[in-house]
Design a protein around this ligand. Sequence first.
Ligand code: SIN
Length: 358
Amino acid sequence: MSSLQNNPTNSPHILVLGMGGTIAGLAANPSDKPMEYEAGQIEVASLLTQIASAVPEGVQLVSKQVANINSRNLTEPLMSILGQAVRTSLADPVVLGVVVTHGTDTLEETGIFLQLTCGKYAQNLGKRVILTGAMLPANAPKADGPSNLLDAIRWASTPIDNCPGGIYAVMDGRGCMAMDLAKRHGSALNALIQNSPSSSVGLINPSWLSGVKAVQELWTEDLPIPKEDEWPWVEILTSHAGARSETITHWLTTKVKGLVLAGSGMGGFHDAWRDSLFVAVKHGIALVRTTRTGAGETFQDIPDKDPSGCLASGSLSAPRARIALQLALNAEKQSLSSGKPLTWQDFFARIAVLPVIR
Ligand code: SIN
């Protein structure tokens, strides 16, 4: 029999951390208008009660509510709290694996954040952290949350020989590395995973698994989790027809530390930005360039020579590149105080070089 508890237990268990989202959402009129709902209404403990009879034999579950929000309102301090909760849980010998229920709107950001701050730790400990969410509220007739949550619990508790420890996500019957999540549709049940290299959760695809191992081999050291009030300010700016230099110069009088440029096509930006971007670099603002297309890689000095110090983001989308730049800037600051100074570019390059799973 499986068992559910809200309180910490001393026997081996899977810890389920609740962050809110549609998976914990309720619609006022679920049969007729399932898309009119409030996210983050139900406690994670209740979500587990709803699926209790289907949880695999012998799996003990413990839940902890970290937050109960609509993830479009996710804050950086909350990411720090979640990151610390994940690291603390991984360190606990009675926690066999961790599941995080989360809104899908910003799961992409949380996915890369946990990979870059806890990925190596989870891998070394041989434990899996599985993120999941839902596109339909919990009381909708065909709610996808229960099956996603069950898949996440099954994967978090499956013996390790099938797939190494690390940070993963499951949605709509498929699993991927959490750093590969990208919400590419407003309502489809596979919105977060439809463009991500993934495997069926039931039968792990060997070619996907060898891609995971290649990424893990190159990710040799986690980055520090920023203190709640120490996240560097980084904005995303999109290049478009009619772009103006003021879009860049505006930031020169602020405390912004970095800009992610979501360029057109291969990541090229409007000529109207060029001179002001050189000034931004002189002001000490970190620049990262990505593509606004939603897919494909961005390479250094293509399609044009990059302003000095500006890095191409590789396969990182704009939201992921933003988190990566924030963590790289924070790591640079920490490295200065530790007496082994490295630049944000040193840290960011380690992320941008991670191979794309084909
Ligand atoms: C949210 O991100 O919290 C709302 C949307 C969702 O979970 O699908």
